[in-house]
Design a protein around this ligand. Sequence first.
Ligand code: 5MM
Length: 338
Amino acid sequence: MSEQTLQAIVKAMVADGKGLLAADESNGNIKKKFDKLGIEDSAENHRRYREMLFTTPGMEKYISGVILFDETIHQSTSDGVSFAQYLDSKGVVPGIKVDIGLMDFEGHPGEQVTKWDETLNDRLKKYYELGARFAKWRAVINIGAGIPSDECIAANCKNLVKYAQLCQANGIVPIVEPEVLSDGDHTIERCYEVTKKTLIELFAQLKKANVDLSGLILKPNMVIYSLEGEKVSAQEVAEKTLQCFSEVVPTEVGGIVFLSGGQSEPESCVTLNAISKLVKEQKTPWKLTFSYGRALQNSALKNWIGKDENKFSSQEIFLHRAKLASAASFGEYTPEME
Ligand code: 5MM
């Protein structure tokens, strides 16, 4: 796996019509998914599932990079090729989730902060040797009565910035993911307000720390209705999302890749499509695409259920989702394509 500048890696990750597959579910998360479907939770089944996804023929037409979990970057295909090497050979950039999860934010009930990890620098060096060329760190901001607090936003941004500095020092592109959760019944206006506040704090801290924004990717939530709140049109989601970003995201940022945040598979294409259409009209300074976990995998996993005989049909389902997300990133998705 070659040495490249941060900007060259970013360019490959946000290439036209391509986006990222977030396959970085931690062991606790994948266990929950497997348990629901009656799939035995074991390292070997995690490996078989990820192998099914990554060896999908043609995936590389739509997927530019894959976010791996620590266990996964140490695993290999059935032929003994490490997943990182395998993806690289297909022209797909291997990446790694490096945060170690959330903890309660002391003194602030209902709020969480991503745990800091003193071994992060050493781990980044090892991940680079294993082939990772980008990393991901997720912070979670909850919306509720009286939250988020300024302190919670600041503490989460502080860790995101320290992480981004260490990544760049190790030749790894940092994806910074400050996810404003859509749980609850808040309005889209509240999502806009909290997302904007979070991004203002994040970019103020990144600039102060001299992080090279052209060698960094932002992974935000869309400015969207909440899971239990009143839904608004995709057009409104697109308008509010781009309004928010144009107000607070510096033009130098290498790229923006959206998380799906609990949207259904088709819904995540409808909203991305509306955003992409507006991007064309407004000629935004950054490239925007997808970095979906659930919205690329849900149907494929439900079909696979751990059985080899379902491998090819699951790959077809996954490829179809990737193709539609790609179409949405061009603003060329229609529901008839489902
Ligand atoms: C794949 O899910 C990731 C979180 O996993 P853990 O909770 O197990 O750490 C998550 O960070 C994901 O990469 C992003 O949130 C995007 O995923 P969605 O499903 O929202 O597109």
